[in-house]
Write a protein that binds this ligand. Sequence first.
Ligand SMILES: CC(=O)SCCNC(=O)CCNC(=O)[C@H](O)C(C)(C)COP(=O)(O)OP(=O)(O)OC[C@H]1O[C@@H](n2cnc3c(N)ncnc32)[C@H](O)[C@@H]1OP(=O)(O)O
Ligand SMILES: CC(C)C(=O)C(=O)O
Length: 448
Amino acid sequence: MYWNRQQHSPMPSHRYRDIFAKVPIPPIDRDWPDRRITAAPLWVPVDLRDGNQALAEPMDTDRKRRFFELMVAIGYKEIEVGYPSASQTDFDFVRLLATSGLVPPDVTIVVFTPARPDLIERTLESIAGFRGQVVVHLYAATAPVWRDIVLRRTRDELAELIRVGAEQIHRLAGDTVRFQFSPEVFNLTEPDFILELADQVTKVWDATAERPVILNLPATIEASTPNVYADQIEYMHKFIPRRDGVILSVHPHNDRGTGIACAELAVLAGAQRVEGCIFGNGERTGNVDLATLALNLHAQGVDPMIDFSDIDRIRETVEYCTRMPIHPRHPYVGELVYTAFSGTHQDAIRKGFAVRREADPDAAWEVPYLPIDPADVGRGYEAVVRVNSQSGKGGIAHVLETAYGVRLSSAEEAEFARHVQVRTDTTGREATAQELKELYEEVFGNSN
Ligand SMILES: CC(=O)SCCNC(=O)CCNC(=O)[C@H](O)C(C)(C)COP(=O)(O)OP(=O)(O)OC[C@H]1O[C@@H](n2cnc3c(N)ncnc32)[C@H](O)[C@@H]1OP(=O)(O)O
Ligand SMILES: CC(C)C(=O)C(=O)O
């Protein structure tokens, strides 16, 4: 075919199978494609547990505490604070929260446990005496490969393990505790088995609208296009027993790079709660990024209910706690995401700002190439246009004007751009505002 001269790659793609070969995807009359997101879901950051378990150097108490205080300060009301049976550090941090008054009364903490009697006991020990709101989160992997290879249990045996764990938690936990169950690798588990387990745990935990059980459905390893995950979630939304007594939650990872889309489509499909990490730390390619999800809502006119108005302060804390830098292209927070180097984009932004200057500050934001106003997240406008050999006269004039108040006529703009082009082509580098000013003075003298 003349239009497609691509060759077969030498990679062994034949060794992989798509999700439809791995698990039944039940047909549904899907409603999610026609829905819109008009309100924020319940957000639950799992940075202190799922994020923490992915770090080369897990957080110490000081880091955990700073991260926790940040999450409280910006508005999270439910926070997974650790895997208390994993390490003394995790246990001690939960004890600190349980005994120190660091948890505000309107904030719920979540503690995470596998279905092992000794570890459940240790988990409940970690929250002993805590008077605030707490969720005990039980998990077990349910997908066939995990059942066969890892846990070496049949479906019935695994269901029994989960029932026994759920009963133990119910017995040991006080009346104020709420319960959460995650069938790990939900997305690769047979739907009828999930319904069976959901029926079981909601029965054992006596799920009611007043004391709902959280059923969290993870894409532990992202394994399909997001529309398939959305179908899987909508199926559960429609068919899980005791739906009124269940908060349907999702927990997408990002192995295919589509964790955000999975979370958003899952919310359209009926998910009420989303777990993830701020800026997307987490196992392998990370948990879904809660900051991007929140700011995607903001950019659609929906209040995300979390305050990202000082995103660089949040970024500093997250980088300190995880000891990992955030990529310059990371949505909303990256150093370069409000910056244009290219000429036609700079020209459009400059014209957009000119219109904006005349507009009501509350008028709808319509500046080309800037999906949100950088000021919303505490960024200034200095870095919006930066100049190199890809830049044009509009962008160069914008920098001179905003940095130094120098205004060029149209003829001067065109002439000066030619000088800048020679300079940036020769150096191969960016020209800073100060370098542009010096070049301007060389070309036009100091008089303008
Ligand atoms: C998708 C997720 O994020 S799940 C959470 C993953 N997080 C972590 O593992 C971090 C914390 N983990 C730990 O500190 C340790 O793994 C511990 C304390 C939980 C367990 O440690 P160990 O007793 O040394 O066991 P190990 O780490 O090798 O785990 C494997 C055992 O756990 C079992 N297991 C795994 N998941 C579960 C579960 N949800 N419920 C019960 N048992 C489980 C495995 O079948 C295996 O048992 P086996 O030894 O009888 O074959
Ligand atoms: C067990 C759950 C919540 C999890 O961390 C995952 O599946 O990734």
